[in-house]
Structures are given as structure tokens and as C-alpha cells.
Design a protein. Structure first.
Length: 232
């Protein structure tokens, strides 16, 4: 299939309008610049999904310092207006804690066990001519199987909590040394250059937070009614 056909049939997952006459569309790994007046387009960059690390894809496009910034939780890619690469940065994200992984794996195992039991019951009911019972048990088996798949997928995902305000991006990443929990933290990034401006470890704390770009403070929730403020 030609790239023109791919563009014509594709559905943009991310869109951005720099002005009234043009729009950027990210479609299945390719970034298109579309002329809304003439109805024509050009490809700024393709195979972006192959360039973003850890199977991430862009979820936001914005105009920064005369270029286009494509971002995902742990990737930043800046393109010039002609589609050439200005920079691409990636930060490793911390994985789930061991306790969270065990809990999810336990849920997955229980879900699959329930799915197997209901599937067996469906087969038994079908053998003895009870179609409605067979359908009921099979529906239950499908639901438990889907729950097991979802739990397994969650156990493979990494916790991401990126925030973007003004020219600053806060990325949840591995910072420092000392194992998974102690290495979890935030990296403060200049979106114009991709440079790391500061980093802060948060350990095993859940990254429920907000950032004030005016004061440079991070407000981290550490309990139901407790906030800690850091100058960052």
C-alpha cells in the first residue's frame, strides 16, 4: 500500500494544528503535515513508532522553539519544521514494586482458574443438553479470562506519571542508585533542548503529585491528608 493510501485510510491517533491552514497528524508511525487549504500533505517523519523506545508512541504534539515536539511518558522527540531531527531523549521508567506485581499475578492466576472452571462447566452442561447453562458458564469463562489477560498486561506495564507545563516536562524515571524502589524519582526536563535540569528520588512513594512551574515546587501526596512540598 502506498503512503498516500495509508494517509487516506488511516485514522490519526494524535493531531495538532500549528495554525488555521495546516495540521499535523500522527498515523500509524508516520507524522504528516497537512495543508488544509490545498488538501495536500507531506511526510515529516516515518517509522516514529520504531524510534520511540520501550514500545511507546507519541501521545502529544506541540510547537516549541520553532520545532515540533512529540512526547510520550518517557520519550521526547523534537523535529525541525522540515522534518529533520533536533533531538530525541529517553528516560528509563521504574517498574512496578514487587508487592504490586505479586498482587497482580495472584489476581491473574485466580482469574484464569475461574475461567477454566467455568469453561469445564460449560462443556459439561453442553454435553447434557442444557444450552442456556452452557452459554452462561462460557460467558463467565470469557469474562474471567479477559480479567486474567488484563491483570497480566498491567503487571508488564510501568507506572508513568509525566506532567508537562510550559517549557518543563516532569518525567517519572529511574534516578540515582540503590535498587528499584530507591531509584524511582522525577527528572525535570527542558522541552526546548531535552536537557535534564534536576532530579529527585521518591523511593517507593506513589507518584501522585503536581508541579508549580512558577515557584518550581513539586507537591507530592504521601498520605490521604498529607502533602510534601519540594523545591525542584
Amino acid at each position: 500500500m502506498s503512503q498516500r493510501n495509508e494517509f487516506a485510510k488511516g485514522v490519526p491517533s494524535v493531531r495538532f494544528k500549528p495554525d488555521y491552514t495546516e495540521e499535523l497528524m500522527y498515523i500509524e508511525g508516520t507524522l504528516y503535515e497537512v495543508d488544509l487549504v490545498e488538501g495536500d500533505y507531506r511526510i515529516l517523519m516515518d517509522k516514529i513508532d520504531k524510534k520511540f523506545e520501550e514500545n511507546e508512541v507519541p501521545d502529544k504534539i506541540e510547537s516549541i522553539e520553532g520545532g515540533y515536539l512529540l512526547s510520550s511518558p518517557n520519550n521526547l522527540m523534537m523535529l525541525e519544521r522540515d522534518g529533520s531531527l533536533r533531538f530525541h531523549k529517553f528516560w528509563d521508567a521504574p517498574e512496578m514494586s514487587l508487592a504490586a506485581k505479586i498482587a497482580l499475578r495472584t489476581l491473574q492466576a485466580l482469574s484464569y482458574a475461574a475461567a477454566a472452571a467455568n469453561s469445564a462447566s460449560a462443556g459439561y452442561a453442553n454435553t447434557y443438553g442444557s444450552n442456556w447453562q452452557s452459554k452462561f458458564y462460557q460467558d463467565q469463562a470469557d469474562r474471567f479470562g479477559a480479567a486474567g489477560d488484563a491483570a497480566g498486561e498491567d503487571a508488564r506495564k510501568r507506572f508513568t506519571a509525566t506532567k508537562s507545563k510550559g517549557n518543563i516536562q516532569i518525567v517519572l524515571a529511574i534516578v540515582g542508585d540503590g535498587g528499584q524502589g530507591k531509584a524511582s524519582g522525577f527528572v525535570k526536563v527542558d522541552k526546548r533542548t531535552g536537557a535534564d535540569l534536576a532530579s529527585m528520588q521518591i523511593g517507593d512513594k506513589s507518584p501522585v503529585y503536581d508541579y508549580d512551574p512558577v515557584s518550581g515546587q513539586v507537591f507530592l501526596k504521601v498520605g490521604k491528608k498529607q502533602l510534601i512540598s519540594y523545591l525542584f
